[in-house]
Design a protein. Sequence first.
Length: 267
Amino acid sequence: MSVLRVAAIQTSPVFGDVSGNLERALALIPAGCDLAVLPELFATGYQFRDTAEAMSLAEETAPGRTGGPIIAALTRFAAESGCTLAAGLAERAGDRVFNSAVLVRPDGSRGLYRKVHLFADEKLVFTPGDLGFPVFKACGTTVGLMICFDWIFPEAARSLALAGASILLHPSNLLLPWCPEAMITRCQENRVFAVTSNRIGSENRTGTRLDFIGMSEVVSPLGRLLVRLGKEEEGAAVTDIDLAEIKQQVTPRNHIFGDRRPDQYRL
């Protein structure tokens, strides 16, 4: 199947209201979607005061672990709807807590990504990701996970594209204003689709007010903005994408990856 219906879900979570946030977020996913992306830390809220607080709301996601209420709800929804989900959550792994994203398929199998590039005060709460940028089979194609601030590092999207990802799944809690436009460039330079799912609203739990910018979107491999939500609305940015649009040949003599000169780069 080369045409997929995808959705970027935009929410306004209440910090700590896991059951309520889950219910509201999953209700926003339209029927008939093949793939839906939920924001970073969508069920817990974002602004943890410290690692202990994050640990109290974190879930185990490793293979063989059943997880907690977030994993259970995602697994149940995927099985009942046939929709593959990507979603951000706090992940507990021993005495460490990661800002992670899970991929949950309708058959119950999962993939996991741990945020490599921690933003601002996240460095006081989470352990930096240690899984690199893995890709996963889903919806008849290959997808890659990245989280929020990963957008500012071209190496993140490029790593996923070089590993074969056709779609970048990008759960986010964006504060800086530049990401929605930057993802257009990320798609152009890697010839991939991107689904960026952001939240709205604000949090002020540590004395620093955070205002989230919304603008969840889906972008095509040539940088065409297929759909984008506003800065203040909950909802779903839904569109059909045709994987046949992914063409890595730029001209008859130029290939987006074949023309790379790694021996000339300083990385």
